[in-house]
Design a protein around this ligand. Structure first.
Ligand code: SF4
Length: 119
C-alpha cells in the first residue's frame, strides 16, 4: 500500500459549516454560551486552568484566573472546570455580555493575590 503525502495538504483540519449567525465571536466550534470568570471572586487556586488547560490561565498581575479563549476546550471539559471551582465564580454567559462584564470588572477594586511559585 502506498501513501500519497499530498493528502496531508489537501485534507481540511476543520469541518466547514454554513454560517448561521450563532457562531462564537472568536471562531471555533459552535457553542451557545461564552465562559466568564468573575475575577473579583476568584481565589487563584488554579483548579480551572488545570482542568481546561486551553481555556483558563492565571492572569499575571492579579493572580486570578481568566478565560483566555472560548474555543480551546470542549463544553464538557469547561463544565468540569466550572464544577471544580471552589468559590463558584465561573459562569456561562451570553457572548454579547462579555464586553459589559469586562468593563464592570475593570471598574471594580480588585487586589492582587499571591502568585503560585511556578508563575
Ligand atoms: S477554579 Fe475558580 S477560584 Fe480557582 S482559579 Fe479558577 S476561577 Fe479562580
Amino acid at each position: 500500500m502506498t501513501f500519497d503525502p499530498s493528502a496531508a495538504f489537501e485534507a481540511k483540519s476543520y469541518k466547514e459549516l454554513d454560517p448561521n449567525g450563532k457562531e462564537p465571536i472568536l471562531g471555533g466550534t459552535l457553542r451557545a454560551k461564552a465562559v466568564w470568570v468573575d475575577e473579583s471572586k476568584c481565589i487563584g487556586c488554579t483548579y480551572c486552568g488545570c482542568v481546561a488547560t486551553n481555556t483558563f490561565a492565571m492572569e499575571s498581575e492579579m493572580g486570578r484566573a481568566r478565560a483566555i479563549r472560548q474555543d480551546g476546550d470542549s463544553t464538557e471539559v469547561i463544565q468540569e472546570a466550572i464544577d471544580t471551582c471552589p468559590v463558584d465564580c465561573i459562569q456561562w454567559v451570553n457572548f454579547e455580555d462579555l464586553d459589559d462584564l469586562r468593563a464592570k470588572l475593570e471598574k471594580s477594586d480588585i487586589r492582587p493575590l499571591g502568585l503560585p511559585p511556578w508563575v
